[in-house]
Write a protein that binds this ligand. Structure first.
Ligand SMILES: NC(=O)c1ccc[n+]([C@@H]2O[C@H](COP(=O)([O-])OP(=O)(O)OC[C@H]3O[C@@H](n4cnc5c(N)ncnc54)[C@H](O)[C@@H]3O)[C@@H](O)[C@H]2O)c1
Length: 460
């Protein structure tokens, strides 16, 4: 059997655990990297070429290391006992019950993992928080873990993950920064160096940043809050553009050229989604409230409120422009994933749009290149006959009164809209929730076109 220099384990084989460990294994062949999960189906999928998540380049990355030094397993206890370093990347969703419901992070998966680690360990270990967690969770983790009478020491570090879905492999290959937070004790510094050494195999040293544990935990929540805040800021301006005939693309270009502001993340849309932004901001809000910082809490809460407003506004424009009723009208939703290049639909704005249209009694036809399985699960409770799933965008649009573009998949730009127009009911509408399409061209074909934050192009 091959001897590895180090044995690394990751608990949680999801969107973060799978890709991050595949990258570590690919870049560090001298380490054995094992990924475990309680979800046996997920683990089985990681062992095949039909991976449980879609990310460009991920299959090639996994295949480069799988079976060599990258392993997927459901034998959690044995893997814990074998490992020197354990990354924990289990889910930390918003709590749906009890104190803090709707805002606080639900730490039950996290705490269960801590207890499993405790029970299965027979030697000292470094525990790395990869999940996004409330600031000061590492303290709770340490208290649970180090309350053992077996003289085993657990050193808890925070190494939050900044990858974005859709570009996970790229982000892991060349991260803007890797953040490692540790205690300023001899054990803490030694553990920090061990984690820094892993990343230093492919990440330039100057991009590996160290801090105390609490700063690392809070930096991840704050980074997501800042990113979402930029989207809500430009989306709020888009509402004003629509009232004043300003063009939000021109406004965002002009403000983004200010080097103090920068041009990134200023793209208008139907709203942000994904499993993290809303959850992490609400968690930040809850933490602020629990420290009595109500003004700070309200400030960040408004980022989420604007996002909800933007989704509502989008559907309201649709119903208003379609003669104040969409009842029994077929409406094609192009895109259901929360962004392009992923099949992830968690907190996707498309879900809110679909549900509101269903409430208005429309017949919603959902099309997406990668997210249809998730869309089916998300809308499994929809009333019979109200939702149709159709992979082919041309078939989805056939007989529809309107198209709502909700995910910015590149392929949607290249569709033959003349052909689509010919197959639709008239008047035919396009509501572009991502400002992706060529609006003038669509107008020339005969569509009435409603972008976000720009004057609409209405057929007379
Ligand atoms: N998705 C992202 O883009 C992203 C980016 C950065 C950080 N994060 C954070 O990373 C964490 C994980 O997110 P994700 O998107 O990978 O979640 P996910 O739901 O895709 O994966 C989490 C996995 O953990 C497993 N799990 C739960 N409890 C377990 C247990 N006790 N033992 C073993 N496995 C267990 C689940 O079965 C699941 O497969 C979250 O805290 C999230 O906020 C996510």
């Amino acid at each position: 059997m091959r001897q590895f220099e180090k044995r690394i384990l990751c608990i949680g084989a999801g969107h973060v655990g799978g890709p991050t460990m595949a990258m570590i294994a690919a870049r560090c062949p001298q380490y054995e990297v094992t990924v475990v999960d309680i979800n046996a189906e997920r683990i089985r999928a990681w062992q095949t070429d039909n991976l449980p998540i879609y990310e460009p380049g991920l299959l090639e990355l996994v295949r480069s290391a799988r079976g060599r030094n990258l392993f997927f397993s459901t034998d959690i206890e044995e893997a814990i006992d074998d490992a020197e370093i354990i990354f924990v990347s289990v889910n930390t969703p918003t709590k749906t019950f009890g104190e803090g419901a709707g805002k606080a992070a639900d730490l039950q998966y996290w705490e269960k993992t801590a207890r499993t680690i405790l029970d299965a360990s027979r030697a000292n270990k470094i525990i790395v928080e990869k999940s996004t967690l409330p600031v000061r969770t590492a303290r709770a983790m340490e208290r649970i873990l180090n309350a053992n009478h077996r003289n085993i020491h657990f050193e808890v570090l925070s190494n939050p993950e900044f990858l974005a879905e859709g570009t996970a492999v790229e982000d892991l290959e060349s991260p803007n920064r890797v953040l490692v937070g540790s205690s300023d004790t001899p054990e803490g510094r030694a553990a920090r160096n061990a984690i820094v050494d892993i990343y230093a195999h492919w990440v330039p040293r100057e991009r590996i940043v160290t801090s105390n544990v609490w700063s690392a935990e809070l930096s991840k929540l704050a980074a997501n809050a800042f990113l979402a805040q930029r989207i809500s800021s430009i989306n709020s301006i888009s509402a004003l553009c629509e009232k004043t005939s300003a063009d939000v693309a021109e406004v965002s270009r002009a403000i983004g050229m200010d080097s103090r502001i920068g041009g990134g993340f200023l793209k208008v849309s139907v709203g942000f989604g994904g499993s993290c932004f809303r959850k992490d901001i609400l968690n930040l809000v809850y933490i602020c409230e629990s420290y009595g910082l109500d003004e700070v809490a309200r400030y960040w809460e408004s980022v989420v409120s604007i996002n909800e407003y933007q989704k509502r506004r989008f559907v309201k424009t649709m119903t208003n422009e379609m003669f104040n009723t969409v009842a029994d009208k077929r409406i094609a939703l192009l895109g259901f994933a929360f962004k392009k290049d992923t099949g992830d639909t968690r907190d996707s704005p498309a879900l809110v749009v679909a549900r509101r249209l269903i409430e208005e009694r429309a017949i919603v036809v959902i099309s997406d290149p990668k997210a249809l399985a998730n869309a089916r699960a998300d809308l499994s409770d929809a009333p019979p006959g109200r939702v149709v799933f159709e992979q082919d965008p041309y078939l989805a649009a056939r007989g529809a009164h309107a198209i709502a573009l909700l995910t910015e998949w590149d392929a949607y730009r290249a569709l033959d809209y003349e052909k689509i127009f010919d197959s639709m009911e008239k008047p035919a509408f396009v509501f572009d929730g991502r400002n992706l399409l060529d609006h003038e061209a669509l107008y020339r074909i005969g569509f009435s076109v409603f972008p976000i934050g720009k004057p609409p192009l209405k057929q007379s």
